[in-house]
Design a protein around this ligand. Structure first.
Ligand code: ZN
Length: 415
């Protein structure tokens, strides 16, 4: 991508109408733009990050045997009345048609997926089934001031698994737990498995929490074991680690995912039953696995940054390489920069090329730090005097020179 063609402009200072660090950074660097409180447009750079996060989630869900589909965001009131959640669901965003119908803007999809699967599941032979979607969801938040950490409109992966018995469901819970650990490892995000069941650690209900001073959750963390218990649900039980029994530390955190068994009531509400191998009718057993993909993007921005801007992990960075050309009267400088750019494109490597002629070197470096691409490559008069390019990793302080002939080794295929 040529930076001269990127229509979005970076701001010189952080936006004044944002309180949270993630929104300050992401807006200033041109990743997202606020339409109203809790509602953001994903600009080209931001969409690349979001897509990379969602593709990692998609791959791991597929590996876990879940099958992707896409359910509607707009849901009929009748389904929410069937679960008695039309009047009780916290932050349900409701809308009315001028033709008389009433709808919910989906914050979650039990009301859609249960009746959907009722048409397809009849016999014990039909199990297990796990379906998921990655979709835009809505919550009617009173105060949405945390940027991507708490949106009125946000992106989420939600997965629902269906089983012929609770035992089978509990086995699949472990598959999902493993899958979540893989996702966060690939995102280079330390998301601490946190017991949310209110009791012992072995209970099957888990949140994944990212430590962060701006977080809305409070957890009791054991740093030896990298496990935690949510304060809200635990009472005094969590003062000691459930594994090693050492004292835990109270920390603020952001919940980026959760996995838990679904209550039997949904199956009862929609009469989701099947015939077991003796012909007896039984209620289906189900689990639910959520992960906020736009919130993950906000969490990464919130914890991976320095005084100069964002520091993206390679797996989700908008581009792998930021090639910066510094204006020169010597045509050879632009020619060398273009040569490297073309090589990267041919190798299918993700590269942003700052080819602009009307921006000072100081501004280019400041913007490059703000955007936070993992590797910066500078080609200028000074580097070419030594037949070299300057290389600097975003997460390291020092820059170094690399011979132009050796530059190819920095090109890696975009994931
Ligand atoms: Zn411990």
């Amino acid at each position: 991508m040529l930076q001269s063609k990127l229509f979005t402009k970076m701001e010189k200072t952080p936006p004044r109408d944002e309180e949270s660090l993630n929104a300050k950074l992401l807006v200033q660097a041109g990743f997202v733009q606020k339409l109203m409180a809790g509602v953001y447009t994903f600009l080209p750079l931001g969409l690349r990050v979001l897509n990379k996060i969602e593709n990692i989630v998609r791959e791991e869900m597929n590996n876990a045997g879940a099958i992707e589909m896409l359910m509607p965001g707009l849901q009929p009131k009748e389904n929410w009345e069937a679960t008695k959640r039309w009047d009780t669901f916290d932050a349900l965003l409701k809308t009315k048609s001028k033709f008389g119908g009433e709808y919910a803007m989906g914050p979650t999809h039990e009301e859609v997926v249960y009746p959907l699967l009722k048409k397809h599941l009849a016999s014990y032979r039909d199990f297990p089934v796990a379906v998921y979607q990655i979709q835009t969801k809505f919550r009617d938040e009173k105060r949405a001031k945390s940027g991507l950490l708490r949106g009125r409109e946000f992106r989420m992966k939600d997965c629902y698994s269906y089983h012929a018995s609770d035992e089978e469901r509990d086995k699949y819970y472990d598959v999902m737990k493993n899958s979540y650990m893989n996702i966060f490892k690939r995102l280079e995000l330390n998301a601490v498995p946190t017991n949310a069941g209110g009791g012992t650690f072995s209970e099957l209900s888990m949140e994944f929490q990212v430590l962060c001073a701006a977080g809305e959750d409070v957890i009791y963390l054991c740093e030896n074991c990298n496990v935690a218990v949510n304060k809200e649900l635990s009472g005094d039980l969590a003062a000691k680690c459930p594994k090693c029994k050492d004292l835990t530390n109270e920390k603020k955190s952001i919940e980026v995912g959760n996995i838990f068994p679904l209550k039997e009531t949904f199956a009862k509400n929609f009469n989701l039953v099947f015939k077991d191998n003796t012909g007896k009718e039984k209620l289906v057993s189900a689990g639910c696995y959520g992960l906020g993909t736009s919130r993950v993007m906000g969490a990464i921005a919130e914890v991976k940054n320095d005084d100069f801007g964002l520091i993206w992990p390679k797996s989700v960075a908008p581009y792998d390489i930021h090639l910066v050309y510094l204006k020169s009267n010597d045509r050879n400088v632009m020619a060398e920069a273009e040569k490297f750019y073309r090589k990267c494109l041919e190798a299918d490597a993700g590269i942003l090329f700052d080819d602009r002629d009307d921006v000072s070197a100081g501004s280019k470096f400041a913007e490059s730090d703000l955007i936070g691409i993992p590797l910066r490559v500078v080609i200028s008069d000074r580097t070419l005097e030594k037949e070299s390019a300057e290389i600097k990793k975003r997460n390291e302080k020092n820059a170094g020179l690399v011979k132009l002939d050796d530059l190819d080794s920095y090109i890696s295929k975009d994931s």
